[in-house]
Design a protein around this ligand. Structure first.
Ligand SMILES: Cc1ncc(COP(=O)(O)O)c(C=O)c1O
Length: 459
C-alpha cells in the first residue's frame, strides 16, 4: 500500500509518504559513561551534546561526585526531614542561597523539576493564605512553556501535546502569548515583543481581578517547549514591575535554564531581575541523584511561618541526604573550576560555530539561546518562517539520525503552535571542551544533511 502511494505521488508527496513510514526505532541499552561520552551495551559511543535533557552538568561518572555520594551512602542514605537535618542538607542550602544572592535564601529540596514547581505554586498559595488573601488562587503562565508532568505543573504548561489527554481535570490557569522575538504575537513587531507581552500580562491580571491572582510563572529562557528562547531584553523587568503593582508573586521556573546552564547561576540574573520564588533542578546535582529545589525570598517566610508554623509542603525524600551530598559535590566543582565562565565562553564559541556552519541553510530559521543552552529552529521557508509539516516528524528523524551518527541531542516539536515546529536543543555538559564542541557540531551537521537533503531534493 505504501509502495503504491510512492509510485503515484509527486516528488513532494513521496517525501511525505516516506516520512509517514518513519517509526521511532527501539532504544539501545545504556551501559556506561565518562565525561561527555556515553556507551551502549553494544559498545557504541555517543557524544552527549545535550547532557540528556540539559541535566548532566558535570558529564558522566565524575570520580569526585561519585566518591562524595559513596561516602555519604556509607554513613547513611537519608535522614528523614521530621527526624533529622544533616551536614549535606545545611551545606547545600547555604550554597544555593549564596549562589542566588539577594533575598532568595530559603528553600525546600525535592526530587524532580515537577515537584519543585508544585512546591513553588504551593508556596505562593500559602503566602497569600497566610496574609488572609484566600482569593488569590489563580496562576498566570504562558503558552509554549513547560513546567512539568504533575497535574498542577501541567495545568500551567502551554505544551499542547503533553496536555490534551488531561484536559478538563486541571486547575484553571491563564496562558499568555510566548515572549519570543523570532515569533512575535500577531501584529507585533519583533522589537515590541517585550512591551506587548508585558501589557498582555497586565491586561490579564486586570481582567481576572488582581485579588484573584496568586502568581505569574515563566521560564526565563524557555526550554523544551520553545527551544531555548530567552525573553527579549526588558521583558522580565516590565513583568516584575507589573507583578509588584498588583501584589502578584513572580515565579521563575529555572528547572532547565538555571543552576548555571546559561552562564549565570540564576538565568534571570542576566535580566537584572529577582523573582519571589524560583525552581531549580536538572543541573543542580547533575543527574547523579534526583534533586531539585523550590527557593523563596526571605520576605515571604515570616508570614507563612507565623501563620502556619512552617512550609506546608514536602515529601518523604525532601532534602534526601545522599542527594544533597551529590548537589554539594557538583556545586563545589562548578565553583572551584570556574565552570560558569567556561559555560559563557564555550557557549559563545558553540553558537558562532553553529551560525557559521548552519546559519545560511535554507531551512535554518533561528539559532538562539544563552550560555550552553542553544536552540536551532527549522523552518520550511526562512522569509515566512513557515514550519515544516508535523507529518514529516522532522525532529524525531533528526534525533534518530543523530543517534545513529553517535550524537545525543534534544530535538522537540510543537514550538510554533503546540503541533507545528521543529527545534534541536544543544546543551552539553559544562565541562565540554572546544574539540568536543567541534565534534558535536560536525555530527549535527552530518545528521541534518542526512535528513534534510532528501527532503529538499524532493521539493
Ligand atoms: C522548565 C521546566 N520545568 C519543569 C520541568 C519538569 O521537570 P521534571 O521532568 O524533572 O519533573 C522541566 C522538565 O523538562 C522543565 O524543563
Amino acid at each position: 500500500m505504501a509502495q503504491a502511494i510512492v509510485d503515484q505521488a509527486t516528488a513532494q508527496q513521496a517525501a511525505m509518504a516516506r516520512a509517514l513510514e518513519w517509526q521511532a526505532p527501539p532504544l539501545p541499552k545504556v551501559a556506561w559513561g565518562k565525561g561527555c561520552y556515553v556507551y551502549d551495551t553494544d559498545g557504541k559511543q555517543y557524544i552527549d551534546g545535550s547532557a540528556g535533557p540539559a541535566v548532566f552538568s558535570l558529564g558522566h561518572a565524575h570520580d569526585e561526585v561519585n566518591a562524595a555520594i559513596k561516602d555519604q551512602l556509607d554513613r547513611i542514605a537519608h535522614g528523614y526531614r521530621y527526624t533529622f537535618t544533616s551536614d549535606p542538607l545545611e551545606e547545600l542550602t547555604a550554597m544555593i542561597g549564596a549562589a542566588c544572592g539577594g533575598g532568595l535564601r530559603y528553600m525546600t529540596l525535592c526530587s524532580s523539576g515537577s515537584e519543585a514547581v508544585e512546591s513553588c505554586l504551593k508556596i505562593a498559595l500559602q503566602y497569600h493564605a497566610a496574609r488572609g488573601e484566600m482569593s488569590r488562587r489563580r496562576f498566570i503562565a504562558r503558552e509554549r512553556s513547560w513546567h512539568g508532568n504533575t497535574l498542577g505543573a501541567l495545568a500551567i504548561s502551554g505544551f499542547l501535546d503533553r496536555r490534551h489527554a488531561f484536559e478538563g481535570a486541571m486547575m484553571p490557569a491563564s496562558l499568555l502569548s510566548p515572549a519570543n522575538a523570532y515569533r512575535p504575537p500577531a501584529g507585533v513587531a519583533s522589537n515590541d515583543v517585550a512591551a506587548a507581552c508585558a501589557a498582555e500580562l497586565e491586561k490579564e491580571i486586570l481582567r481576572c481581578g488582581p485579588e484573584t491572582i496568586a502568581a505569574f510563572i515563566f521560564e526565563p529562557v524557555v526550554g523544551a517547549a520553545g527551544g531555548c528562547v530567552p525573553a527579549p531584553p526588558g521583558y522580565a523587568r516590565l513583568a516584575r514591575d507589573i507583578c509588584d503593582r498588583y501584589g502578584v508573586l513572580m515565579i521563575a521556573d529555572e528547572v532547565m535554564c538555571g543552576s548555571g546552564r546559561c552562564g549565570t547561576w540564576r538565568a534571570l540574573e542576566a535580566d537584572g531581575v529577582e523573582p519571589d520564588i524560583m525552581s531549580v533542578a536538572k543541573g543542580l546535582a547533575g543527574g547523579y541523584i534526583p534533586l531539585s529545589a523550590a527557593i523563596y525570598h526571605e520576605r515571604l517566610r515570616e508570614p507563612m511561618f507565623s501563620a502556619h508554623g512552617g512550609l506546608m509542603t514536602g515529601h518523604t525524600f525532601t532534602g534526601h541526604t545522599a542527594g544533597c551530598a551529590a548537589g554539594v559535590a557538583v556545586q563545589k566543582i562548578i565553583q572551584r573550576d570556574d565552570l560558569l565562565r567556561q559555560v559563557t565562553q564555550n557557549g559563545a564559541y558553540m553558537r558562532s560555530l553553529l551560525q557559521e556552519r548552519l546559519g545560511d541553510r535554507p531551512y535554518i530559521g533561528d539559532i538562539r539561546g544563552r550560555g550552553l543552552f542553544l536552540g536551532i529552529e527549522l523552518v520550511r521557508d526562512r522569509d515566512s518562517k513557515q514550519p515544516f509539516s508535523p507529518d514529516l516528524k522532522l525532529h524525531g528523524r533528526i534525533r534518530d539520525r543523530s543517534f545513529e551518527n553517535g550524537l545525543i541531542c534534544y530535538p522537540v516539536g510543537g514550538n510554533v503552535d503546540g503541533h507545528e515546529g521543529d527545534i534541536v536543543i544543544l546543551s552539553p555538559p559544562y565541562i565540554v571542551s572546544r574539540d568536543q564542541i567541534d565534534e558535536i557540531v560536525d555530527k549535527l551537521q552530518r545528521s541534518l544533511n542526512d535528513v534534510m537533503n532528501p527532503i529538499l531534493a524532493a521539493r
